[in-house]
Design a protein around this ligand. Structure first.
Ligand SMILES: [Zn+2]
Length: 627
């Protein structure tokens, strides 16, 4: 589905690389990953295999939410298609709101008042046969994971339908990706019982939702009907199907105007809020949204402004996407978020990574988190413009990683957070040229090489304290260093190749490594190994500077085992600065190197390192030249 929305021009990229010999012996491949290569579902050259498959599901959901009582009542029909070669004997559900259930397992602290009974399953049937949820042999709930035994579901095309009715009370505080925002506003995510991913790498994903880790999704079709009291507007993943049945005519008119405007239009303004003139005057209005996406979320408010514009995201098909922001009029910083968002989507579509934004809209909701969902963002207000820009760029970049790619966020969070981090580093200064975004660098320089710090390849489910470094700055730095090493054009070409090859297909870290090797024609395994597999830290040091006939020769050693680029500055007697640069490749086979400066002037001193050059000891990065 998503592939169709991407312009034909870039698709040709996938087929125009010559094969390179992969030196896979250098990278440890776990047994379950190797099994996928042996079975032909994935290829060792970093492409999906001939036998690649993904299961698929369709969700038809009716949900009623009353902000006064915070009660959410849902009714859903799921059709689940088994495209795998395996006979399935159970379905695994992740019922994320059970995160707030008494006695549940969590790695986040919750307010006692938010802990309750969890999700009550009122009824459940499979292929129209009622299931006895009290029978432990058939239906077993453990925290957020529920396993349901089923009659064997045939491989390759077997399908099953599940009907369920459920309800729970939304958390008022302890806002963890979902919950009330204020008296009249809520962000409702991770809310419905969802069949987890069954894939060729691990079978059923039965990792519980504990709070810290995000979740692994694959694409599903959603047709969702959301009922909320009158005066409540709804924003959601997907496209609103019935605007005339829920919105007042003058709001509809403004919305139509906004959809042909490339500057933001207030579709809901302060007068509309004051006059309670947004939705039709029914006791409850039912908003219907449809889409194919990895997940479905919605937000609702009776007093939020709504700004909308429509911008070009594909210059071949001329497809546009709506950039919308829904926010509390009192939050001054949010008046600029639509601009930040539009600039971010334009940059992602035409520059980095240069893949057209795949969805019909992107809506940033003024919330209580810093969290991404397909087409939707839940961002807290910020006190500085710097924070507003870097937060917006980061969360929006997630639309490609994980959502376009459907990567496994709970197990390999670096495959999305790393990209969102380099995304914010790259895009934020394009919005405000005064920004130097050093997000994650102070922690990297302070904490790498501590005894608790583990290699990036360690699954996110198995780590705790290393989570921040491993998911955010460390992988982002590796992408930046590879960008520098391959050069701008080859890196961009290789990254596009990876995205197009694996979009919607849930690449593993090995698919990423091997795909980048193949696309660039450069075997980067030595680099992946040092940064992803080995314990250690980055530490460059200037050991000496010698006068030569033409200038100076500076000796630099890499005391740590993590390769980082050399950015070496020489300050001349007249105050001018000279710079020499070496990519990480300089450390491929050695840990000492010499850098020469040609100058007739005396040098006062040398200094090593730019903002993104990780280094645990900067004291030895400066050398004063004695008179
Ligand atoms: Zn993130």
């Amino acid at each position: 589905m998503l592939l169709k929305k991407i312009s034909g021009l870039i698709l040709f990229l996938v087929c125009c690389y010559t094969a390179i010999a992969q030196d896979t012996t250098q990278l440890y491949i776990p047994r379950n990953i190797q099994k996928a290569y042996d079975a032909g579902t994935r290829n060792i050259n970093g492409t999906p295999g001939k036998r690649f498959w993904k299961n698929y599901s369709e969700y038809y959901i009716r949900v009623k939410f009353n902000p006064k009582t915070r009660k959410i009542e849902g009714e859903q029909n799921i059709t689940y298609y088994n495209n795998s070669p395996d006979t399935l004997r159970q379905l695994v559900f992740r019922i994320a709101p059970n995160h707030y259930q008494k006695g549940g397992e969590r790695n986040k602290i919750l307010e006692p008042a938010d802990i309750g009974d969890g999700v009550k399953i009122e009824s459940l049937s499979v292929n129209a046969d009622p299931v006895n949820t009290a029978d432990d042999k058939v239906y077993k709930q453990e925290g957020t994971i529920t396993k349901l035994r089923i009659k064997p579901l045939a491989p390759h095309g077997g399908r099953i339908t599940v009907q369920m009715k459920w309800n729970y009370t939304l958390n008022k505080t302890s806002h963890e990706r979902t919950g009330m925002i204020d008296e009249g506003t809520a962000f409702i995510a991770y809310f419905f019982p969802r069949i987890t991913v069954y894939d060729d790498l691990q079978g059923w994903d039965d990792f519980p939702y504990l709070g810290k880790q995000e979740t692994y999704f694959d694409n599903a079709f959603f047709n969702v009907f959301i009922s909320v009291p009158k005066n409540y507007m709804v924003w959601a993943t997907g496209d609103l199907q019935n605007p005339t049945e829920v919105l007042q005519p003058h709001i509809l008119k403004k919305w139509t105007t906004a959809l042909s405007s490339d500057v933001p239009v207030f579709v809901i303004d302060s007068a509309d809020i004051a006059n309670r003139a947004v939705t039709l005057k029914n006791k409850f209005n039912t908003f219907n949204f449809k889409t194919t996406a990895p997940d479905f979320v919605f937000a609702t408010s009776n007093h939020y402004l709504w700004q909308v514009r429509n911008i070009l995201v594909d210059s071949v098909t001329l497809r546009k996407a709506a950039i919308t922001t829904a926010f509390n009029p009192a939050h001054i910083d949010f008046y600029e978020v639509n601009d930040f968002s539009a600039k971010t989507i334009q940059t992602m579509s035409f520059d980095f990574p240069g893949i057209s934004y795949p969805y019909s809209h992107l809506t940033v909701v003024d919330g209580l988190d810093q969290m991404e969902y397909p087409m939707m963002i839940n961002d807290n207000p910020t006190s500085t413009r710097f924070d507003g820009i870097t937060l917006t760029t980061h969360e929006i970049f997630h639309q490609y990683f994980p959502f376009l790619m459907c990567t496994n966020q709970s197990k390999y969070a670096f495959m999305d957070e790393g990209w969102a981090t380099i995304g914010e580093w790259y895009i934020s200064p394009l919005i405000d040229t005064t920004i130097v975004d050093d997000y994650g660098m102070p922690q990297t320089n302070r904490d790498m090489g501590q005894d608790w710090e583990v290699p990036i390849i360690t699954p996110t489910t198995e780590i705790s304290k290393s989570m921040y470094l491993n998911n955010y700055p460390k992988p982002a730095l590796t992408f930046l260093y590879v960008w520098d090493m391959l050069g701008d054009s080859l890196f961009r070409k290789s990254l596009k190749h990876y995205i197009i090859t694996w979009m919607d297909k849930s690449p593993s870290p090995w698919d990423f490594f091997f795909c980048m090797n193949e696309a660039s024609g450069v075997n980067l395994n030595w680099f992946w190994k040092k940064w992803y597999y080995e314990f250690g830290y980055p530490d460059l040091s200037i050991t000496k500077a010698e006068k030569t006939t033409g200038g100076y020769k500076v000796t630099i050693i890499s005391k740590g085992n993590k390769p980082v680029p050399i950015n070496l500055y020489a300050t001349l007697a007249d105050g001018t600065e000279l710079k020499q640069h070496r990519t990480v490749e300089v450390w491929k086979t050695q840990n000492t190197t010499e850098v020469e400066f040609i100058t007739s002037q005396k040098v006062k001193g040398f200094k090593l390192g730019d903002v993104y050059d990780a280094d645990v000891n900067k004291a030895d990065n400066i050398l004063k030249v004695s008179e």
